[in-house]
Design a protein around this ligand. Structure first.
Ligand code: CA
Length: 388
């Protein structure tokens, strides 16, 4: 969750996503936004830095002082005072923490929009997430944590498959959680947000304050925590504000640890979605045949991912819904995903589809999460059935 808590932080910067031009960013992660960029031909992967990029970032002068340090910048001192006041922290401690931050050019660069002009492609996007390596890791994760996944489903009403889908798309079940120092990237994006796109530095200033508060509450050294290029943390890639607001201690050891506890991550993803409109027992989406009439189609597509039509509304406009959808009590959204120059994919998203987009504001992300989770769940069940 880059801006995982999108509900809480509705303006996290992220790569442009395929079907929406709104500025809102994903609640929880910067990851999937970068993944959307990947679907557009940009090979940046999920906000996770490579060692090469980190090495390029670490410019320091032979004589000692680093040109990338924030220790002697007036705006950094001012920000420290602001954060200390807003978050009720010791100003000297905040100032000393921010003084340890280093500018990360690659974090700023990765914030830039993907090159325009490449058609969006759900088929390509899906193939990056619903693929053998991720499915295999998902099945292993499922078999290791099935009791906890089921406990989260029982506690929060969010299916185990959806939880598994989120953790798989975000970090391949903890295999790629990012190698940037969170302190560095949040300070960089607070004080040196790239000029080439609309300014989201206010969002990162808030997250830097939340991060320092989190460190203070949990007794963590601010310069020790690693995350994505946007400061998303741990298996579920929660932003600091989302950790403080939605993360839970699901393994009961007395502390919340999304970096080392897969069980805390499982409970926290379920809690996040339950707090963003999840309806237990409802599916994520239904199959649908859209109306042929162009005006009716345009009307159904206008609200984008926001569920705005009843089943009968949709039928009156000429859409044909699957049998399973006929008795759905909630509103639906006609969601269109482009497939390059081929026919688009259309689905009828429920409130649960919309809830997943509160984690990361992309319909491509939400459908990939859902389908990866389904494949992992089915494969794990198949293997369980074969095991005596
Ligand atoms: Ca815990």
């Amino acid at each position: 969750m880059f801006c995982t808590l999108i509900g809480a932080c509705s303006n996290v910067p992220k790569a442009p996503h395929p079907e929406q031009t709104s500025k809102a960013v994903s609640p929880v992660t910067a990851q999937a936004s970068a993944a959307v960029a990947a679907s557009e031909g940009d090979l940046i992967t999920k906000g996770i830095a490579t060692p090469d990029i980190q090495a390029q970032d670490a410019r320091s002068t032979p004589g000692g002082g680093s040109p990338d340090s924030y220790a002697n910048r007036d705006d950094a001192h001012q920000l420290a005072v602001e954060i200390a006041t807003r978050m009720s922290l010791d100003p000297q401690w905040v100032s000393q923490a921010i003084a340890k931050a280093r500018y990360r050019e690659s974090a700023a660069r990765l914030m830039l929009p993907a090159p325009a002009g490449t058609p969006k492609n759900w088929g390509v996007y899906r193939s990056r997430f619903v693929e053998p390596i991720r499915v295999k890791a998902g099945v292993a994760f499922w078999r290791a944590y099935e009791p906890e996944l089921q406990r989260a489903q029982a506690s929060y009403g969010v299916p185990a498959s959806v939880i598994a889908g989120v953790l798989g798309v975000e970090t391949i079940y903890g295999k790629q959680t990012g190698n940037f120092r969170v302190l560095d990237v949040l300070t960089t994006l607070s004080l040196d947000f790239p000029k080439a796109r609309s300014d989201r530095s206010a969002f990162f200033r808030t997250e830097l304050g939340q991060f320092l508060k989190l460190c203070q509450e949990q007794g963590i050294e601010p310069d020790s925590m690693l995350g994505s290029y946007a400061g998303a943390i741990g298996l579920p890639q929660f932003m600091p504000s989302s950790i403080r607001r939605y993360a839970v201690d699901f393994d009961g050891d007395g502390r919340i640890d999304l970096q080392r506890s897969p069980v805390d991550a499982i409970g926290s993803v379920a809690h996040y979605l339950s707090q963003h409109g999840w309806h237990a027992q409802w599916p994520v989406y239904f199959d649908i045949k859209p109306p042929k009439d162009e005006q009716a189609l345009a009307k159904l597509l206008a609200p984008d991912i926001v569920p705005s039509f009843s089943v009968s509304d949709m039928q009156e406009l000429g859409a044909s819904l699957s049998d399973a959808a006929q008795n759905h009590p909630g509103q639906l959204a006609l969601v269109l995903l482009q497939n390059g120059r081929d026919e688009p994919t259309l689905i009828a998203g429920t409130a649960n589809f919309y809830a997943i987009t509160r984690y990361n504001q992309s319909s491509y992300y939400a459908l990939a999460v859902t389908q990866l989770g389904e494949v992992v769940s089915k494969e794990a069940s198949r293997q369980n059935a074969q095991t005596p």
